[in-house]
Design a protein around this ligand. Sequence first.
Ligand code: UDP
Length: 467
Amino acid sequence: MAPPPHALVIPYPAQGHVIPLLELAHALVDRGFTVTFANSEFNHRRVVAAATESSLLDRSSRIRLVAVPDGMEPGEDRNNLVRLTLLMAEHMAPRVEDLIRRSGGDAEGYGPITCVVADYNLGMWALDVARRTGVKSAAIWPASAALLASLLSIDKLVQDNIIDPEDGSALSQGTFQLSPDMPVMQTAHLAWNCIGNQHGQAAMFRCLIASVRAVDKCDFILCNSFHGAEQATFARFPQILPVGPFLTGERKKAAVVGHFWRPEDDACMSWLDAQPARSVVYVAFGSFTMFDTRQFRELALGLELSGRPFLWVVRPDIVLGGDVHDYPDGFVDRVGGASGRGMVVAWSPQQRVLSHPSVACFVSHCGWNSTMEGVRNGLPFLAWPYFADQFVNQVYICDVWKVGLRAEADEAGVITKEHIAGRVEELMSDAGMRERVEALKKVAHESINHGGSSHRNFDMFIEAIKA
Ligand code: UDP
């Protein structure tokens, strides 16, 4: 009997990419594939360390986790995405090619690799490798289709004198729209203009252009979004195929989800169980966001001032050059401990948290995964972006879908405790907002249910890629 189709899935080495691509890997397994999931060596170690033993031993998942060195030296800063991106192209490509060429001869029943499903951001080398080795290929874009549309429109943005051809920087501080119904974007907020590394911007811009050119030739571009969320964009850019929102986190508890930090499941979930329905403010800023000490403390005081129970994810590295335990005086005694009104964890099982009936709203940095996860759980947002595409996602949340409110800084650049508490109150009492987010949740679920648009797109992709 012929071995099942075998996909090599390669994520970009960031938390917000590994989680959705691992979910895609599970979805491929559901359709009869086996999967080799190639993390960078560094992230492979983190994913394995954060996973439970039972998930790693789960043979039924038919996902084999493998490690490929990314070319960085031990101790180098992996948040330097520009350097990391360039090194990966040089170091990972030959090893991945070798992985494909040697596949098929092992005892575990994994046949030869038959297709590559690569993160769009690795397109400039991963899809070349697929072509050289003669296997089919698809690119997966784990952010909004609108953002991808801005990449696909780089030539036009240059022609229209909106961005600089060399490094993509904004030639005007204005706004533009790629088509009349698409979200209004600010030139300064184009992803490559706010990666927090001015020095490497031109190099990053060139990598993005190279990916756009490479991906243009691949068989499919899948996107973790849904038709109803970005209708105008999908109409204008039909080559982008929405297959989301991914149901990450709704797998059986044993599945490997791809966390870099071990989530504090038990602490979060039992604390949530003890809270009244729709009462909790969930606060999480993804895997990259950092705060200065002043803003960090202001946020703590804002949550306290809201008078609501809150679950706050404070990653060990969330405070810039500071100490994460540097809470305002007396804060921990007042809200933690006996009163138990606030719960702080280093990393949460976010998807399980968002679907818990006690959670009422989501204070979020608007990462695309968090945005999709909040939407498909029907939660209104306090939208507090930090970098990259998060500003465009904020426009979707606040202006297009109208399911959230902006967190706005005062003249000194601080989002004050009074503002935070006030916005939380507004979110909690806005019935219209809740209705809109419930309606969007319904559309999201219809898309991925049998017969829905994302489901049909995924079916079509599977049939083509496994043939
Ligand atoms: N996440 C999580 N626990 C946390 C915080 C985040 O599991 O405490 C997950 C979240 O569910 C999402 C991913 O990490 O799937 C973050 O991706 P996103 O695109 O929202 O943000 P990024 O980390 O890329 O900025």
